[in-house]
Write a protein that binds this ligand. Structure first.
Ligand SMILES: [Mg+2]
Length: 275
């Protein structure tokens, strides 16, 4: 049977450099690989952010946003979908996470008050307050606050209380993710579950043997790194080494993004074959 490689890649710190958010340095390799494999971005970024990157680099593949909250599939691809999906722009949208309305409704529950009173939610701050508390520029703020499946917040309570809050939200099928500066209240999703959905769609559509590769640099990538055939860990800028339970076909780059992306892929037998 024909073999086809699918690469699921995180963006920030994995493909994109943590400082300039660019991967121009490895553009030649990226373009070459994108012609021979299917590259699927699997990121904490939002729909509008990922859509822009895909159009900038003429990539017409599905992608996964907000830590596995939703999968977007270009209508043009004519993939076989087992259920009827919503439509957004030129994509079909498969929602795996929780919509904003449900998240906000939850935060208004009386039972939540003792936790919520310690949260400063980004969607409730005015621009001045946002800039003061985040130190971010206007354009970055626009992108980091405009989320469809998660509520970012700053925490003003104790460490013990946030732990309690984290286990409390599980009763409602939500979870709390710790980002760099913010916490996120988000549906019970992860990048691995979303990756499985896309693999399922591809194997339903094509009579091919798919080999999955996942690439990541931080704890929110672990769920996909654990279940792919080949797993590549790009050296994190923070230097905190990621540990996986699986140990077969796991590769580590010795350099950070974007060069680490190229380096770790080149170590993998299915890429060596086609490169
Ligand atoms: Mg990352």
């Amino acid at each position: 049977m024909n073999q086809q490689v699918i690469i699921f890649s995180d963006l920030d710190g994995t493909l994109l450099n943590h400082k300039n958010f660019s991967f121009e340095e490895i553009l030649f390799f990226f373009k070459k690989i994108s012609k021979k494999t299917i590259i699927i971005f699997n990121t904490s970024k939002t729909f509008s952010e990922v859509k822009k990157i895909c159009s900038d680099y003429s990539l017409h593949n599905p992608f996964i946003v907000e830590n596995g909250s939703a999968v977007f599939i270009p209508k043009k691809l004519k993939l076989i979908l087992s259920k009827k999906l919503e439509s957004q722009d030129e994509y079909y949208k498969l929602v795996l996470g929780s919509n904003l309305d449900d998240l906000i409704k939850f935060t208004n529950l009386r039972k939540c008050y003792r936790f919520i009173s310690k949260c400063s939610f980004l969607h409730k701050m005015n621009t001045k307050k946002l800039k003061e508390s985040t130190g971010l520029s206007n354009s970055i703020l626009m992108n980091s606050t405009k989320r469809d499946f998660s509520l970012p917040f700053l925490w003003n309570g104790t460490k013990d209380l946030i732990l309690e809050f984290s286990s409390f939200v599980q009763n409602y099928n939500f979870k709390i993710l710790k980002g760099g500066r913010f916490y996120h209240l988000i549906g019970n999703v992860d990048k691995g579950k979303a990756m499985k959905e896309i693999l399922g769609i591809y194997s339903n559509t094509f009579d091919k043997n798919f080999i999955s590769i996942s690439l990541g640099d931080s704890p929110n990538d672990v769920a996909m790194l654990e279940i792919s055939d080949y797993s590549g860990i790009v050296k994190p800028f923070s230097n905190k080494k990621l540990k996986l339970k699986k140990n077969k076909n796991v590769f580590y780059s010795t350099i950070i993004a974007p060069k680490g992306w190229e380096q770790v892929l080149k170590m993998m037998p299915p890429i060596k074959k086609i490169n």
